[in-house]
Write a protein of this length. Sequence first.
Length: 95
Amino acid sequence: MKDEIKFIPGEYSAETKDLVYLKAKVKVDRNKIVDVKISSGKDERLIEPALEKVFRGQILKSQSVAIDGVSSASVLTKAVKTVVGKALADARDND
């Protein structure tokens, strides 16, 4: 049986500047990801609302960053996985 990841409930933020400048705000309760918001960093081209919706939906459905992403936006997909992964790592309850 797969171990269930536990979170410390709350909102967690992270940013990455590796591939593109993105910010993520992730809301979790004890056992699941409740919401994800992804935004572009200052002075960056805005992330398209349709793409943000796709990423959000995939993350909420999979309850992880193990998502397919968007094939025509592979660099953005990698950045989204990185930034949301950072926020989830901060939210994880290691006890």
